[in-house]
Design a protein around this ligand. Structure first.
Ligand code: TXE
Length: 478
């Protein structure tokens, strides 16, 4: 692999004015490599290239698009171990999870290869005699993709694959923490036979590259995953120029544990949902709402399981929880641990810096006992920090679950069909899990939330067509 990860613009690999180093959060002494940081000017070149390529790519045959996506998916799957290692080094996710994420990215490209062939329409009888009505889907045009760092293969894949499948051209900006993953994915796409300009990669800052994408009148649609604050800026800028926009932002996902739950299964769901991927998932279970009769037993088991989790280097074979992805995120996590304690939440275990054999951003997963009004129970921390909240009965647990500005995912552990069914119907979230961790979703069905978590059409699966296509109604008088 090359040492400096370059940008890909109009079919060519480009250098830039500045470079920066991509760190390895498991071992700061062994960085991943240097990458080109594009600026606003380079982003504008990429956007113009995408705009020029848009008409021809829109009218390619579905077979050509399907073949390209299938080739990309096949290569990702064939190289999942090597790419997974890169992901583990750059983001800090333990190797098995990283390899799993890469495989998921490959499968997403395969899925949308099929969707390229399946894009259909409707023929509807007109209310007028002799007139036929055809309803078809067409590409939107240029899609700007602004991605976060926590799933550096899967999230770009679930945005790039449908964009290309439905005939759009792409300008892709990875997050600053994961430029090498963005580069590796783009390098595979660059060899799939797309016309120059159909796919472009511009690594760089949110202020320069991200804003150029959001503000450009040549970008017809912007899909963003990241923080609520940046999402609000993206929404404002795209609304001002009337562009299509899709936002996936934070979560404060509840996992309800009822007294009739299989407690070991519930603890497993909570540990996985709260702490795996170092809690850096928008679907993480950060609020564990437990019915009073099993509260103490649940906390005792959670404490034991949490303390036994092996925190370490993402590439070490026995690691269950990798490092935090960046210093800034580590500081944010520790600040919330301090806030929790100051506000009177009880720290059951964890929340401490860990000294490992290699210098990195290591901390122990933290379990709190708290109340609904504590900030650690209301704000997204995005780290391995979970709060247990006691509920007297199911109705109170449901009310607590819904007592949040967010609405991405919600889970319940119960053996009661009645409560599971009621919860699925009444919880205010885009995704619901019964006896499963809140984090961990399939790649072929819709992903997204409600309230402050999401804005715009769903991602993934066939529902992705809502965002990546525009509908045309054609009338013909025979
Ligand atoms: O996010 P940002 P950051 C949350 C999580 C985390 C916090 C900060 O709470 O602690 O966000 O993470 C680009 N115009 N999530 O700083 O800044 C940026 O370069 C256009 C939750 O990484 O929102 C990156 O590519 N783009 C989330 C992307 O936006 C801009 C996953 C996200 O960065 C921009 C990640 C601008 N003005 C973080 N400023 C989830 N829900 O999964 C930045 N960007």
């Amino acid at each position: 692999m090359q040492n400096t990860f370059r940008n890909y613009i109009n079919g060519r690999w480009e250098t830039g004015v500045t470079t920066a180093t991509s760190e390895n959060p498991s071992d700061l002494a062994s960085p991943v490599g240097d990458y080109v940081r594009g600026d606003r000017e380079q982003a504008e070149l990429a956007i113009r290239a995408a705009a020029e390529a848009a008409p021809s790519w829109a009218f390619t045959t579905p077979q050509r698009r399907a073949d390209a996506l299938d080739q990309i998916g096949s290569e990702i799957l064939a190289r999942k171990d090597e790419l997974g290692e890169l992901l583990a080094r750059e983001e800090g996710k333990p190797l098995p999870e990283s390899v799993g994420e890469v495989a998921r990215a490959g499968n997403i490209f395969k899925f949308f290869a099929g969707e390229a062939l399946r894009t259909g329409g409707e023929k509807v009888a007109s209310v007028r005699p002799g007139v036929e009505v055809d309803i078809t889907r067409e590409p939107v045009g240029v899609v700007g993709i602004i991605a976060p760092w926590n799933f550096p293969f899967a999230i770009p894949a679930w945005k790039i694959a449908p964009a290309l499948a439905y005939g759009n051209t792409v300008v892709f900006k990875p997050a600053e923490l994961v430029p090498a993953c963005g580069w590796a994915l783009s390098e595979i796409i660059s060899r799939a036979g797309l016309p120059a300009g159909a796919f472009n990669l511009v690594n760089g800052s949110g202020r320069q590259v991200g804003q150029a994408i959001v503000e450009s009148r040549l970008v017809d649609a912007v899909t963003f995953t990241g923080s609520e604050a940046t999402g609000a800026q993206v929404l404002k800028a795209t609304a001002e120029r009337g562009a299509k926009v899709q936002l996936e932002m934070g979560g404060k996902n509840p996992l309800v544990v009822l007294a009739d739950a299989d407690l070991d299964q519930a603890v497993e769901c909570a540990v996985q949902g709260a702490f795996y991927s170092t809690g850096q998932r928008c679907t993480a279970s950060s609020r564990l709402i437990v019915e009073a009769p099993v509260h103490d037993a649940f906390v005792a088991k959670m404490r034991e399981r949490t303390r036994a989790l092996k925190v370490g280097h993402a590439l070490a074979r026995d690691t269950q929880i990798g490092p935090v992805a960046s210093r800034a995120q580590l500081e944010q996590n520790l600040a919330y641990i301090a806030i929790g304690r100051e506000e009177g939440a009880e720290l059951v275990t964890g929340g401490e810096l860990i000294q490992a054999p290699t210098p990195g951003h290591y901390m122990s997963p933290a379990l709190f006992l708290g109340q609904r009004e504590h900030r650690i129970a209301r704000e997204e921390i995005f780290g391995p920090v979970a709060v247990v909240i006691r509920a007297d009965h199911y109705e109170q647990a449901l009310a607590l679950a819904n007592d949040t500005p967010y609405g991405l995912c919600a889970g319940i552990c119960t053996t009661s069909l009645k409560h599971a069914t009621h919860f699925k119907r009444h919880v205010q979230a885009g995704m619901v899990m019964v006896n499963l961790p809140t984090a961990g979703v399939d790649y072929h069905v819709p992903f997204g939330g409600r309230k402050a978590s999401s804005h715009g059409p769903r991602e993934q699966g066939r529902y992705a067509a809502e965002f990546y296509t525009t509908v045309k109604t054609a009338y013909t008088c025979a």
